[in-house]
Design a protein around this ligand. Structure first.
Ligand code: BES
Ligand code: MN
Ligand code: ZN
Length: 487
């Protein structure tokens, strides 16, 4: 979607969009002789000016032009985003190609006006690549939003900040949406490269042999049954001072999770194409940071594998030795995410010595049982980091909820034959998974693990995304960087 800022309404055909705080909003007075009919339309559609509300009308005195009146809500950033999103949701397949939002007389400041554009861009995202028989009325028509009368600085806030974040979120959604015959470890890397073009993001990879030399047997064991080659994707963004990367993001990138020999039931297994949602979020966040030229040094690592059953696949009971020498009894080959992450975590800590490590993963189904689809779980060894991330989550819309870890849970993954096993008992499945990862975190490293299993995909339309990939994770990571590393 193309976003433009302008001083005046353009000439020609477009749908006019006006914000309003209620039916009697003064800003609507500019409608002149159409005002009465618009007021009647608002009444009939029970428009009250609330966040996310919209009323439509057709302007007789203006050649039947379509008018949308959209709710200003509390007039804050969140309401601004919802307003923009509502414009896209309403106009996307409406037949209108161009929307003109006139903010003249409204109180949105520059940042909020940019967030209107952001909401519109996020909600306009669609992936129609594989839909070849769409009828005309099903096709996207709405491609341009012009914002008129925005506060000074709105365009800079859009191009300097939010446009880059929207690009990152779009990459994440695309990676998560693509099926596993299209996105596998190698093609994941290529797709990230395509989206990073034009930025200064540095992209490197490790292949099978390099990972073998490093002893990343936990990660490699997961990929053992796959015909695809695994990859470790390394993305470096240097926008701050010095050469060091103090902050690392690490993502679980299982491009398809059949469960392996501990195979999953057939019903719903297709959902496991998005078991790379953590890696998708990390890639999206890195592209966002690079696109908006964040003044910070951040490294992003994705462990990319495919978990398949095969004559060469890893067996339940196998013992693998991870990169840092710890031994793991693989009780259940479907608890593979932690095996991928532990070597990715060890790699980034030994190679780059970051002070803070944040990993994201669609790690456990148990996470959906505890928090549903409203929050991702956050597990950590540092309460300040938890606080900062929860705050960044609230501000950005990617909400997090703190869950405990501790020695009593840690005991549950002791193994009789190796240092640990990859699953605990039935209870607290998300916590024992976090506990497993914790065993790979170096002593002085601040670490947070975000279990996003319930958040990467949505069965329903929500404010800033339609049914499908949500892009969860990009915004909270970006916000954390903006507030804690750049701020
Ligand atoms: N990728 C799944 C977790 C998952 C399940 C994410 C459903 C989203 C929706 C993960 O690899 C997995 O299979 N976890 C197992 C762990 C169990 C074997 C201890 C699970 O949650 O059942
Ligand atoms: Mn699994
Ligand atoms: Zn998985």
């Amino acid at each position: 979607m193309q976003i433009r800022f302008a001083d005046n309404r353009p000439a020609g055909d477009f749908a006019l969009v006006l914000p309003a705080s209620g039916q009697g909003d003064d800003k609507l007075e500019t409608l002149g002789s159409d005002l009465d009919v618009v007021k009647a339309a608002m009444r009939r559609q029970r428009f009250e000016g609330k966040k996310g509300q919209v009323a439509s009308a057709w302007l007789a005195a203006d050649n039947g032009r379509r008018l949308l009146v959209v709710g200003e809500g509390k007039g804050d950033g969140e309401a601004a985003e919802a307003l923009g999103a509502k414009i896209s949701a309403t106009l996307l397949t409406s037949g209108e190609t161009h929307g003109v939002l006139d903010l003249t007389g409204s109180d949105f400041d520059a940042d909020e006006a940019a967030r209107i554009a952001f909401g519109a861009a996020l909600r306009a995202w669609r992936y129609d690549r594989y839909r070849t028989t769409q009828k005309d009325h099903q096709k996207v028509t709405f491609v341009t939003l012009t914002i008129v009368g925005a506060a000074d600085g709105a365009e800079d806030a859009w191009t300097g900040t939010f446009e880059g974040i929207a690009k990152g979120v779009a990459l994440t959604k695309e990676l998560v949406t693509e099926p596993a015959n299209i996105i596998y470890p190698e093609s994941f890397v290529e797709r990230v490269r395509e989206h990073a073009k034009g930025t200064d993001l540095v992209i490197e990879t490790l292949g099978q042999e390099e990972m073998e030399k490093l002893g990343m047997n936990a990660l490699l064991g997961v990929n053992q049954g796959s015909r695809r080659e695994p990859r470790l994707l390394i993305m470096k963004w240097k926008g701050g001072d010095g050469e060091k990367f103090d902050t690392a993001f690490v993502g679980k990138g299982v491009t398809f999770d059949t469960g392996g020999i501990s195979i999953k039931p057939a019903a719903g297994m297709e959902a496991m194409k998005w078991d790379m949602g953590g890696a998708g979020a990390v890639a999206g966040a890195m592209v966002a940071l690079a696109a908006r030229k964040a003044k910070a040094n951040v490294i992003g690592i994705c462990g990319l594998v495919e978990n398949m059953p095969d004559g060469n696949a890893q067996r339940p009971g196998d013992v693998v030795t991870s990169m840092n020498g710890q031994t793991i009894e693989v009780i259940n080959t479907d608890a593979e995410g932690r095996l991928v992450l532990c070597d990715a975590l060890e790699y980034v800590q030994t190679e780059y010595s970051p002070k803070t490590v944040i990993d994201l993963a669609t790690l456990t189904g148990a996470m959906i049982i505890s928090l549903g689809h409203e929050h991702a779980g956050i597990f950590s060894n540092d309460d300040d980091l938890v606080e900062h991330l929860i705050e960044a989550g609230k501000d950005s819309g990617d909400r997090l909820w703190h869950l405990p870890i501790g020695p009593a849970y840690d005991k549950l993954i002791d193994s009789p034959i190796a240092d640990m096993k990859n699953v605990g008992p039935r209870g607290a499945g998300s916590i024992t998974a976090a506990q497993f990862l914790h065993r790979f975190i170096h002593d002085d490293v601040k670490w947070a693990h975000l279990d996003i299993a319930g958040m990467a995909w949505s069965d329903k339309d929500k404010t800033t995304f339609g049914k499908g990939a949500t892009g969860f994770g990009v915004r909270v990571l970006d916000r954390y960087v903006a507030d804690k590393l750049e701020g």
